[in-house]
Design a binder for this molecule. Structure first.
Ligand code: PLP
Length: 371
């Protein structure tokens, strides 16, 4: 089976992890690899502060919390994403508002934002879908005019560039994931990144149970969370950091391999790269367009028969049962995401993929879409 993604780990990760284990420096209170990883990664992003956490979902929640978003507040969120993005808002009892996407980049459509703003709106939460940066300028401009925060869920976009600047440094605060299939990984892990020192301090407090800052450490300042990353995971992350640019180059190479082999098919919509961005092609996501006479289930089943793993596109928030039962959205709300989500899937595109495998996947896909 050719898997959709496998992490690339070598002796460097082993060495760093071994070093942490040898010194018993493994918890979330040890300030060595954690600090190195935080400084290294936030510096790479071009932001002053990094707050390492235990996964990308808690990173979203921590970013929301640090901004003071709470019950009754509304947050506009791109509907086509991993539901972790929405859950991060819902954990805070705030109300997520699903916004439809652009048909080509699969990112939030800036033209739909303004009419969704109400007096309760506090923030716009964008997702750089599949590694293609959101067109931030119009969104930042709307946010400025309405006094809203902007948050990036950059879990799929480590190192992606928007007009020469890194995703994660384009807004008030951003979240990343280091899950095993992301651009770099700690197995499980995440980070909040911000240029705002005060926001970073708030996030650090909530990450660590809001322990008392005065004489009495056990007199807590608020109801905090334990979202700490362990030093053992940070050791792996610190070693992975060295591989990030090479991983991006590999993802772009994989996207090239697929593009030249698949672009002649009129049945497939492939990822784009607008001229003001560097797409990092987190996963190679393709959409069966109206000319394709075979349904997605059949295409994916045919590929599985040839030993190729695929994953379907996201089910948009507006189609989630939990959104309906809570009266947060209706199925038909976001027609573009509904169409893409029903017709998309992603094909093997992990950093360990070889060209002959991309060749095999491409041939299998071209056969699978034949009626
Ligand atoms: C992966 C991902 C997350 C969740 O990260 P975990 O580390 O799995 O919790 C959140 N948002 C997006 C956009 C993701 O792709």
């Amino acid at each position: 089976m050719i898997p959709v993604a496998e992490p690339f780990i070598d002796e460097n990760e082993l060495q760093a992890a071994t070093d942490a284990v040898r010194r018993a420096a493994i918890s979330g209170h040890v300030q060595d690899y954690i600090v190195k990883f935080e400084n290294g990664f936030s510096g790479y992003c071009g932001a002053r502060c990094g707050i390492a956490v235990n996964n990308g979902t808690t990173a979203v929640h921590l970013a929301i919390t640090a901004l003071g978003i709470q019950e009754g507040d509304e947050v506009l969120v791109s509907t086509y994403t991993n539901m972790a993005t929405f859950f991060g808002v819902m954990y805070q009892s705030a109300r997520p508002v699903a916004i439809d996407i652009c048909p080509d980049t699969w990112n939030i459509n800036p033209e739909l934002i303004e009419k969704a703003i109400t007096p309760r709106t506090k923030a716009i939460l964008v997702v750089h879908a599949f590694g293609h940066p959101v067109d931030m300028d119009p969104i930042l401009e709307i946010a400025r005019r309405h006094g809203l925060f902007v948050i990036e869920d950059a879990a799929q976009a480590h190192g992606a560039l928007y007009k020469g600047r890194k995703c994660g440094s384009l807004s008030d605060i951003a979240s990343f994931s280091f899950y095993a299939n992301k651009l770099i990984t700690t197995g499980e892990g995440g980070m909040v990144v911000t240029d705002n020192v005060e926001l970073a301090e708030t996030a650090r407090q909530y990450r660590n149970l809001c322990y008392g800052l005065g004489e009495d450490r056990f007199q807590h300042e608020d109801v905090g969370f334990n979202y700490r990353m362990s030093n053992l995971h940070a050791a792996i992350g610190w070693a992975q950091l060295e591989k990030l640019e090479a991983n991006i180059a590999k993802k772009r190479q994989i996207a090239d391999w697929y593009k030249v082999r698949l672009e002649s098919s009129s049945a497939l919509q492939l990822p784009v790269e607008r001229n003001f961005v560097r797409n990092v092609y987190w996963m190679y996501h393709v959409v069966l367009n109206e000319q394709c006479k075979v349904d997605r289930r059949t295409v994916m089943a045919r590929m599985a028969e040839e030993g190729i793993q695929t994953r379907p596109g996201f089910t948009p928030f507006n189609q989630q049962k939990i959104a309906h039962t809570r009266n947060l959205a209706r199925s038909e709300d976001c027609p573009v995401a509904n169409r893409i989500g029903a017709r998309a899937f992603y094909i093997p595109s992990g950093v360990t993929l070889a060209e002959d495998q991309a060749e095999k996947v491409s041939r299998a896909l071209l056969r699978a879409i034949e009626p």
